[in-house]
Design a binder for this molecule. Sequence first.
Ligand code: UD2
Length: 295
Amino acid sequence: VNHVFHLVAPDHLKYKQPSIVNGRTDVVTLTPWLAPVVWDGTFNPVLLDSIYQSKNITVAATVFAVGKYIRFLKKFLETAEPYFFVGFRVNIYVFTDHPKDVPRVQMAGGRKVVVRSVPSSNRWQEISARRMELIQNLIEEVHDSVDYIFCLDVDSEFHGRWGSESLGGLVAVIHPGYYRDDRGRFPYERRPESRAYVADGEGDFYYCGGAFGGLLQEVSLLAKTCDLNFKADAKEGIEAAWQEESHLNRYMWINKPSKILSPEYLWQDFKPRNPEVRIVRFSGVVKNYADIRPN
Ligand code: UD2
């Protein structure tokens, strides 16, 4: 695992000439701290794949399927195969309390599903929040064999390419529900007692808890911090408005992500598509909470 990456494309690779005067004008593609915002049309997939293929990287994804959420796993895995880092070494780590019910999905060489057993839980808030601790443990275990990791919600499906354009140190996805809103309307945790607190007039974007990633050491730090803060809050009887998503938002406000993925990378199936979203690559399925949550 070599983290000193020079971006070198193979000799004689043919691709469209880049331009710094022509490009997308309907969206912003750079944050004020100069992190790229990945939208369709801002990158060349052939060029990017050739650069990262020569690095021989391994990409991990984590997905939790606890309790009734096991029903989402099949579609998630089946759609990951044709869209998520095609042509790369991929390990998908499935955390579940139903290891026997994990569907067998045919995968290409170099790609595999690894199943981890976790205990069941009666509170969905606990399940989603406990992910941070388990992600951190996993990273400690695999840090010699994996380069990048993405942590994804299971109640979602791929519909388009999610590949090497998404790689970065610390990677956040902009939440599809709030990206046109004033930050005063973001559902950050607003109680100063919480360690997830973001004050009025602060915050950059509202990021998804359902997809984030980056280099292992970056994601490890994020997971460790969110987990500690979540637990310290819990000791004082506080649960942030959107659990670990609130803590992640607080973390990303202080530790600016080095790459941002546009809402193409986590849309919501119930939302009509806005014109700037030319392609939905990954989206949350419509679900009936009463049906699938333990309480
Ligand atoms: C949002 C976030 C989610 C999380 C949550 C806050 C998005 C799209 N979703 O979604 O990531 O931050 O708010 O808590 O950003 N799970 C189980 N079994 C359960 C409950 C949850 O396995 O009984 C896992 C599963 O992988 C699921 C994830 O936890 O995808 C998040 O739970 P959710 O999808 O119910 O949260 P949701 O949709 O309210």
